[in-house]
Design a protein around this ligand. Structure first.
Ligand SMILES: Nc1ncnc2c1ncn2[C@@H]1O[C@H](COP(=O)(O)OP(=O)(O)OP(=O)(O)O)[C@@H](O)[C@H]1O
Ligand SMILES: [Mg+2]
Length: 566
């Protein structure tokens, strides 16, 4: 997800112990500049990029950003570096205990990271500049990020990656079962107007006998590693508008770059940060879908919000799509689609005179994106067309939290997955999920609300109910508003381990106790019986201060992070 950036501060900690501004000559040399994520792509862009970097190879003596550090308890988990050759070169005692890292080095890393972000487009619109969400190139700030990658067990990372193609297939199968979707969401429909409108579109498609022969999935499955059981548990699977396919690749490159230059001092090996190909994989999937549509003059249409401070993450993807695959994208709001769009008699979608091969939604997932009937008309128009949708309304519905909960019920997964091993692997990563008509679990949650989360059928962060509000909500719904409970699911709260992490936001480094969430991207294309692509396609770590409930980077709750395999 990821539209507007909230004004919520990332850290609630008071920023004391501020260092005065210091000066520090940079030692960065041109030949030590890391390859950009385009380095394997011999495009004009690549050359331009390198020339650009070359110009900035020797940074002038300049001021460092203020580095705010807190004395905190709770060390980071110790990373293990397995590669013996590298072990010989590094002082492994220093790895990961952030308190043991020299403050001058933290400042230097912060400086280098901020320069890298600016040069490589790891930037977001600055909310204090009015036009920053509308006009590219106006008012940019670096995206918030963790200074160093998060140590994460390789076995759990592989487990999450291996689940990706199975979840892709599962979503596809679920999306084809119109009866299952309609029945599972029938009670939710009565109390949740947004889901109800999506279900109406879905019903219209059933009436029309509309088939989506070519199906494109651009997904991200999010996980937390439960500290107590050491198990990987799924938070949810996103089927619409998965944010940061561009930045996830960039932040991994940033961390690799920092470790290439400073790894010896830190006792860390850059090769333990897995290569991250989300941007190229998503672009490849969009390009392959475009090819399947088989009209060389058609374009990819991205449905966006009218204001988008996360536009550069999106532009990274479209830039790769254009430069590597020669596919053009156009950006339209739903209101523009309504105004400029038409359906030709054969179902072809034409917007602003251009035939649309693929519609990629980077908006249109929340009620706020549908302020009037205009937007709903546009959403229906898209669904009725022959354009390939990511997602179609059935993929969108298959990604709702209610369907996630239905899939955890006994014998439901078996309806959609043929392979017993796949069923067992998927089930293993399911956390406890219940509907609110289970009185036993509702009573348990009222007694111990800290162990549960109440979730509505919403995307984009900031909608879930935590802590004492869980108890209040459940008590309220237990009374006369029992029907309203169908709008929610109840979920076991997962507690990952807490670690002390240097976080960079607004050019300032501060340390805080954090928890992290791993997102695994996946791509899926099917044309009738033929599966054209079904792959794990990169990863994103999001790290947030442990006292914060929500996890969205775009919503201002978390920072971008990558993985250091241990
Ligand atoms: N069961 C859970 N245990 C602990 N934290 C959770 C749990 N479920 C959600 N969270 C936290 O709340 C955040 C938002 O939850 P979730 O992903 O379900 O909502 P969303 O609105 O769909 O968010 P997104 O925009 O990331 O898709 C997560 O990123 C995570 O940090
Ligand atoms: Mg979500």
């Amino acid at each position: 997800m990821g539209v507007g950036y909230s004004s919520l501060p990332l850290s609630t900690a008071t920023q004391h112990n501020s260092f005065p501004l210091t000066t520090f000559p940079s030692e960065t040399k041109s030949n030590s500049v890391p390859k950009s994520i385009f380095s394997s792509n011999p495009t004009k862009k690549d050359g331009t990029f390198n020339t650009y970097l070359h110009k900035f190879a020797f940074f002038p003596t300049t001021q460092f950003p203020i580095c705010v550090l807190h004395a905190r308890v709770g060390p980071l988990r110790c990373g293990r570096v397995r590669d013996m050759e590298i072990l010989e070169e590094i002082d492994s005692k220093r790895a990961w205990d952030v308190r043991s890292i020299d403050q001058d080095l933290i400042q230097k890393l912060t400086y280098d990271a901020l320069v890298w972000s600016s040069l490589h487009g790891l930037v977001i619109g600055d909310k204090s500049i009015r036009r920053s969400g509308k006009v590219p190139g106006i008012g940019m700030n670096h995206a918030p990020f963790a200074l160093l990658p998060l140590p994460f067990p390789e076995s759990h990372f592989s487990e999450a990656c291996e689940l990706a193609p199975i979840f892709n297939e599962l979503i596809d199968r679920v999306s084809l079962d119109a009866k299952f979707l309609q029945e599972s969401l029938s009670r939710t429909k009565k109390v949740d107007a947004f889901t109800s409108r999506l279900l109406d579109i879905h019903s219209r498609m059933i009436e029309m006998n509309k088939k989506e022969d070519i199906r494109l999935g651009l997904h991200r499955s999010d996980y937390m590693l439960c500290e107590q059981t050491k198990s990987l548990l799924q938070i949810e699977l996103n089927t619409i508008s998965c944010s940061f396919p561009g930045f996830s690749s960039l932040v991994s490159e940033l961390h690799r770059s920092l470790l290439i230059h400073h790894g010896k001092l830190l006792g860390l090996d850059s090769k333990r940060v897995p290569l991250n190909s989300t941007v190229s994989k998503f672009a490849e999937a969009l390009a392959k879908a475009w090819t399947e549509f088989n009209n060389p003059r058609a374009v990819v249409m991205v449905v966006v919000s009218s204001e988008e401070r996360n536009m550069y993450d999106q532009h990274w993807l479209f830039s790769v799509l254009r430069e590597k695959h020669n596919v053009t994208t156009i950006r339209k709001t739903l209101a523009e689609v309504d105004e400029e769009g038409e359906l030709l008699p054969d179902g072809t979608l034409v917007v602003g005179g251009q035939v649309i091969a693929v519609v990629y939604f980077r908006g249109a997932y929340a009620p706020i994106d549908f302020p009037s009937e205009t937007e709903w008309r546009a959403r229906l128009l898209v669904e009725q067309s022959t354009a390939i949708k990511s997602p179609s309304v059935s993929y969108h519905l298959a990604g709702t939290k209610k369907i996630q909960q239905e899939l955890t019920k006994p014998n439901v997964l078996e309806r959609f997955l043929d392979n017993k091993e796949d069923v067992a692997r998927v089930r293993k990563c399911f956390a406890g999920l219940w509907s609110l008509d289970d009185p036993e679990i509702v009573n348990k949650a009222i007694e111990r609300p800290d162990l549960y989360i109440v979730k509505p059928q919403r995307e984009g962060g900031g909608n879930n109910i935590y802590g004492d509000d869980v108890r209040k909500t459940l008590l309220r719904l237990k009374g006369e508003r029992i029907e309203e409970g169908a709008a929610y699911v109840l979920m076991q709260r997962i507690f990952p381990s807490v670690s002390l992490t240097p976080l960079i936001q607004d050019g300032i480094c501060h340390e805080d106790d954090t928890i992290s969430e791993l997102g695994i991207y996946s791509t899926y294309i099917r044309n009738n019986e033929k599966v054209i692509m079904n792959e794990q396609s990169g990863y994103l770590m999001r790290t947030k201060i442990s006292s914060s409930n929500e996890g969205g980077v775009a919503a201002g709750y978390a920072v971008l992070d990558s993985v250091y395999l241990t």
